[in-house]
Design a protein around this ligand. Structure first.
Ligand code: PLP
Length: 374
């Protein structure tokens, strides 16, 4: 455990909860989600007595079927919900259990910075070695990081924290690398709905319809605005699903049955309720990108999610010191870029998913003034 730190974003958000509890007004640009207006669950019409208990350890069958149909309708390749899918307690669990299932001690996992901050921790917990590739490097040069110990390439598409959406050519390249070197491509698609109109999102499942080398992970947390329900899932070849299933059985038994059951029954309703709100969040990202540009704060390129990865420009502070002072002195919380890799210590992650436009704008002004002051 000495090689694992607290998740930096969650550490900062815990601070926000504590400060708010003592009466501080914090402009919170640090949460890893967008808040939606969603009706409270109404369980009338459900056999709640059944939903109070464990479900099949692959997850509630009706939800698996609905999710398989969602992937098929949205992206094309068919998914067998009984053999090629597991519903997990959040997608974090799906990523960790996949790594636990495939890594031997010392195996290397390549991740490109900025990566989602739990990937290196998950790899280390499996006694693997994270191989972190600086964000200035082209994806098309990734091959030079592959060694005899490389087992997995993990990417996050769309990317948290930049909002980058991988192009079909980039995904083809990754599939080709995985095939050529016998690697697993682990693709985390937790934000797949948060893509601006006009930008093409390609699921990794498309490039490997037989799932020979691809594990696709997704989550209800962001796409349905229900992060507290803890429902994620993975789609993989049954040889991997069967291994993950053993881990799921021993670690958590199954994802929360009552919520999975509810979701299966209300899937379409939630989609129609959340889709317009997702488009609003994506539009807000665009607007906030304009405000940052007007303030002279550069962002790394991206066209999805509700995150912006802003440069600290002339500030002499590292990202952790900057975020700490921004919170303590100006009451604005962001996540320091160092959470997403060494090459990102000159950046901060700004989430525009939870605050009003007016408060987001005030937060950006505070960032600008702290850059100027430091
Ligand atoms: N993947 C990415 C890229 C994320 O940003 C997050 C949460 O912040 C997750 C996975 C985990 O989501 P959950 O475990 O809630 O499904």
């Amino acid at each position: 455990m000495s090689s694992i730190d607290q998740a930096i974003s969650i550490k900062y958000n815990n601070l926000v909860y504590e400060l708010k509890a003592t009466g501080h007004d914090i402009i919170t640009l640090s949460l890893g989600e967008a808040f939606f207006d969603i009706p409270a669950p109404d369980f009338s019409g459900f056999d709640v007595a059944e939903l109070h208990h464990y479900s099949h350890s692959r997850g509630v069958p009706e939800l698996r079927r609905r999710l398989a149909k969602y992937y098929e309708d949205r992206f094309g390749p068919s998914v067998d919900p009984d053999q090629e899918m597991i519903i997990t307690a959040g997608s974090k669990a799906a990523i960790y259990m996949t790594l636990l299932a495939v890594l031997e001690p010392g195996d290397e996992v390549i991740m490109t910075e900025p990566f989602w901050l739990s990937y290196p921790a998950h790899v280390r917990l499996c006694r693997g070695e994270p191989v972190m590739v600086a964000h200035q490097e082209s994806l098309f040069d990734l091959e030079r990081h592959i060694t005899a110990r490389t087992r997995v390439i993990i990417i996050n598409n769309p990317n948290n924290p930049t909002g980058k959406v991988y192009t079909a050519a980039e995904l083809d390249h990754l599939h080709a690398l995985a095939t050529r070197h016998g690697l697993l491509l682990l693709v985390d698609e937790a934000y797949n709905e948060f893509v601006a109109p006009g930008t093409a999102f390609v699921s990794a499942a498309v490039g490997d319809p037989e799932r020979l080398h691809t594990v696709t992970v997704n989550s209800m947390s962001k796409n349905f605005g229900i992060s507290g329900w803890r429902i994620g899932y993975l789609i993989a070849h049954r040889r991997i699903v069967d291994e993950v299933l053993k881990l799921n059985q021993h670690l958590v038994t199954c994802a929360p049955t009552i919520l999975a059951g509810y979701l299966a029954g209300h899937f379409d309703e939630l989609i129609s309720r959340t889709r317009p709100q997702i488009q609003q969040a994506v539009a807000m990202r665009d607007t906030a990108a304009g405000w940052l540009a007007d303030a002279g704060i550069e962002t790394l390129p991206g066209e999805a999610t509700f995150y912006l990865f802003g440069s600290l420009g002339e500030s002499s502070l590292n990202s952790d010191a900057f975020a700490t002072r921004l919170l303590r002195e100006r009451g604005v919380c962001v996540v320091p870029g160092i959470a997403y890799g060494e090459s990102c210590d000159r950046h901060i992650r700004i989430s525009v998913g939870t605050e009003s436009p007016e408060r987001t704008r005030r937060g950006i002004a505070a960032i600008r003034s702290l850059i100027d002051a430091t």
